[in-house]
Design a protein around this ligand. Structure first.
Ligand code: PLP
Length: 220
C-alpha cells in the first residue's frame, strides 16, 4: 500500500470521528484530496483506493494530468481551488466540475460566457478573504452577500457555496464561523473550509467539504 493510501484512510477516519463528535449527519462532509504538485502516478493509487474528489490549484497543471486519468476513471470530480485568471475561464469550464474561487465581477462574467458557450456548468463557489489579507484572493467579507447576488442576478450564475483560506498565523475557528455566517446571509449552504492542519476543526464549524493535501500526499 502506498503511504498516501494509508494516510488517506487516516484522514477519512479523523473526519468520521470529527463528524460524530460534532453531531454531523453521515455523508455531509466531502473530502477533496488536493493533489497539486503531485504526478498522475502518485494520484492513481489514491483513486484506486476509492477517492473520487480531487482539488488542483492551477488550470494548466490540471490540464496536464487529469484528462488521461478521467478517461480511466470517468466518475472523478475535479475542483479548482486556486486563483482563476479570466483568460483561463474557457479551460477551467471545460475541465473542472467545481470552481471554488469565483471572487470578482470579471471572472463571473467570463464564466457565464463560457458556460453558455460550452453548455457545461461547473458548480460554483465564491472565495471570501475572511482575514482581509492584501496578498490573498477572495472577496471582502462585507461584500460577499452582495457579490453572490450579483453573480445570480447580473450573470445568471448559480452559486452553491463559499470557500475560505484563513490567515496562516491565526486561529482558524473565527474565520470558519464568519464564513458560515456569510453563507447564511448570502443564502447558500455549502462551505469549503479546512485544510491539512485544521480540517477536523472545520468539520466542527460546519464545513461541507474539506480540502486536504499534504496530510494525504505528503509534503510538497
Ligand atoms: C494547497 C491547498 C490546500 C491543501 O493544503 P494542505 O495544507 O496541503 O492540506 C487547500 N486549499 C487550497 C486553496 C490550497 O491551495
Amino acid at each position: 500500500m502506498s503511504d498516501a493510501v494509508e494516510r488517506l484512510a487516516q484522514v477519512k477516519d479523523n473526519i468520521g470521528r470529527a463528524m460524530q463528535a460534532a453531531g454531523r449527519e453521515a455523508g455531509s462532509v466531502v473530502l477533496v484530496a488536493v493533489s497539486k504538485t503531485f504526478a498522475a502516478h502518485d494520484i492513481r493509487p489514491v483513486i484506486e483506493a476509492g477517492q473520487r474528489v480531487f482539488g488542483e490549484n492551477r488550470v494548466q497543471e490540471a490540464q496536464g494530468k487529469w484528462p488521461a486519468l478521467r478517461q480511466e476513471f470517468p466518475d472523478l470530480e475535479l475542483h479548482l481551488i486556486g486563483p482563476l485568471q479570466s483568460n483561463k475561464a474557457k479551460e477551467a469550464v471545460a475541465l473542472f466540475d467545481v470552481i471554488e474561487t469565483v471572487d470578482r465581477e470579471k471572472i463571473a462574467a467570463e464564466l457565464a460566457k463560457e458556460i453558455a458557450r460550452q453548455g457545461r456548468s461547473p458548480r460554483l463557489y465564491v472565495q471570501v478573504n475572511t482575514g482581509s489579507e492584501p496578498q490573498k484572493a477572495g472577496i471582502e467579507p462585507k461584500e460577499a452577500a452582495t457579490f453572490v447576488n450579483r453573480c445570480r442576478e447580473v450573470h445568471g450564475l448559480a452559486i452553491e457555496g463559499l470557500m475560505c483560506i484563513p490567515p496562516a498565523d491565526e486561529n482558524p475557528g473565527p474565520h470558519f464561523a464568519l464564513l458560515e455566517k456569510l453563507a447564511h446571509e448570502a443564502g447558500v449552504d455549502k462551505l469549503s473550509m479546512g485544510m491539512s492542519g485544521d480540517y477536523e476543526l472545520a468539520v466542527a464549524f460546519g464545513a461541507t467539504s474539506v480540502r486536504v493535501g499534504s496530510a494525504i500526499f505528503g509534503g510538497r
